[in-house]
Design a protein around this ligand. Structure first.
Ligand code: LLP
Length: 441
């Protein structure tokens, strides 16, 4: 169990988040319900922000990777904590703008930004584009020229380091839709191309080697490869990078087998990355670039839980026992997509030792609609409130209306009290955009 302040089990075995009783939250707001602990989010943002400011003389910025959980409140929190954000679509950009987030602190990612999205981002004066195709470079140059603007850009490169959750491999071959390969020379060619564009200001490079990474070494290797590439660019093209963006990816705790770490441990990871950058710069005789990191999952993941009401139990002797909840892949598709592992607790008996394994089933018409298999729990009865932990990242942001289920609301908890940051949907919301052409009537 998480012994930090986010989740606690009180003396009578009840689970609390941010000081609020989970059963009471379920009663007040209904289930399924996404709950987020505000202090956890802020602590993580501060840990990254302060570490970068304290330990790195070259300057830089922490960005919240808003794909992890995108809604207006998250941009307000990021702004209040003095960090930037990355966005990957017109929709995320619009949400940030609606929240009043300063556009100059936004980095715009995406491997296929549409001409419309490029125009919107320019009109809003987004600080930095991260270029990920030649077509984008051409379109951006043309649109910036039309507006008499010079746009700051980074080039997304693929340094040939592939990180998996607990390991990394260095690959000579590049099979990814993201980034220009350093190894095969396309990255260097793109640097040359971007330098030739009068309305683009090339500030440096970006790389993101993967997500849910525990292997610190992989970040250091990626940093070193980027710096070696920048040293080569200086030699061959006379290009000196001002900025290096090393992406996100720090792994979080979901279940037994994952490391459980506090904000100080994540700060240590960033410190290790910073020292790799300094070492690499010294080795290659490079000036320290402005350093940018983009954590998403590690900021909101463990800050969040999802509350469900237990429903039907289906016991198949000798096979498994399914326990149905009132959510499913429409609000957490990560088991269906990645066989992701989660931990579940009964909210008012959180200290009770598990006695059996349940497959937590959703309510969608799909056999693979599970939240998890083999989840150890005490005997669960219909009506019990279940909490699934570490659902703050890539749950709400990946939710859908499959089977016309309503996407659950999100509440933000602070000092034991909760407020909606995403209000509940209604069935009317579901049919709002449906249209009946005359001939069908
Ligand atoms: N920067 C870039 C360019 C990214 O593509 C990502 C994540 C991040 C930053 C943030 O990485 P994080 O710190 O959150 O690991 N849906 C998947 C995760 C996809 C991650 C996509 N990119 C999941 O649920 O596991």
């Amino acid at each position: 169990m998480n012994e930090r302040d986010t989740l606690r089990i009180d003396g009578s075995g009840r689970l609390t988040i941010g000081g609020a009783d989970c059963v009471a939250l379920a009663r007040q707001f209904g289930t399924p319900l996404y709950c987020l602990d505000e202090d956890h989010i802020r602590n993580m943002m501060r840990a990254y922000r302060d570490t970068l400011a304290r330990e790195y003389e070259g300057g830089g910025i922490v960005l919240y990777a808003s794909k992890a959980l995108c809604c207006k409140a998250m941009y307000l929190i990021a702004r209040a904590e003095g960090i930037g954000a990355d966005v990957v679509s017109g929709g995320e950009l619009y949400t940030a703008a609606e929240a009043g987030f300063p556009a100059e602190l936004l980095y715009f990612h995406g491997n296929n930004k549409t001409p419309e999205e490029i125009g919107q981002a320019l009109d809003r004066r987004v600080g930095t584009f991260v270029i990920d195709s030649e077509l984008e470079a051409e379109r951006l140059e043309e649109q910036a020229a039309r507006r008499h603007m010079t746009q700051k850009v980074l080039l997304r490169i693929n340094p040939g380091v592939e990180a998996h959750t607990h390991a990394y491999i260095q690959t000579a071959k590049t099979d990814s839709k993201f980034g220009f390969s350093v190894q095969d020379g396309t990255a260097a060619r793109m640097i040359g191309l971007l330098l030739s564009k009068p309305h683009l200001h090339l500030a440096g490079v970006h790389c993101h080697i993967g997500s849910q990474i525990f292997e610190k070494q992989s970040f250091a290797v990626a940093a070193e490869k980027c710096l070696a590439f920048l040293a080569e660019c200086r030699r061959t093209l006379g290009f000196e990078a001002e900025e290096l963006n090393l992406g996100g990816g720090f792994g979080i705790w979901y279940s037994d087998g994952d490391k459980m770490r506090d904000a100080a441990a994540y700060a240590d990871d960033l410190r290790a990355l910073i020292s790799a950058v300094k070492k690499g710069c010294a080795a290659h005789g490079l000036r320290l670039p402005r350093l940018v990191v983009e954590p998403g999952r590690s900021i909101v993941g463990e800050a969040g839980i999802t509350l469900y009401t237990a429903g039907a139990v289906k016991e198949i002797p000798g096979v498994r026992t399914y326990l149905a909840v009132d959510g499913g892949m429409f609000e957490n598709p990560r088991y269906a997509l990645y066989q992701a592992k989660y931990t579940a607790l009964v909210a008012d008996r959180a200290a009770e030792p598990p006695t059996r394994l349940y497959a937590l089933a959703g309510k969608c018409c799909e056999s693979g609609d599970l939240i998890g298999v083999d989840m150890p729990l005490p005997e669960v009865h219909p009506g019990d409130i279940l909490a699934v932990l570490s659902t703050g990242a890539y749950n709400y942001s990946m939710a859908s209306h499959y089977n016309r289920n309503l996407i659950p609301p999100v509440v933000l908890v602070k000092n034991g009290a909760a407020d909606y940051i995403v209000r509940p949907e209604t069935y009317e919301d579901l049919v709002r955009r449906d249209v009946l052409p005359e001939r069908l009537r």
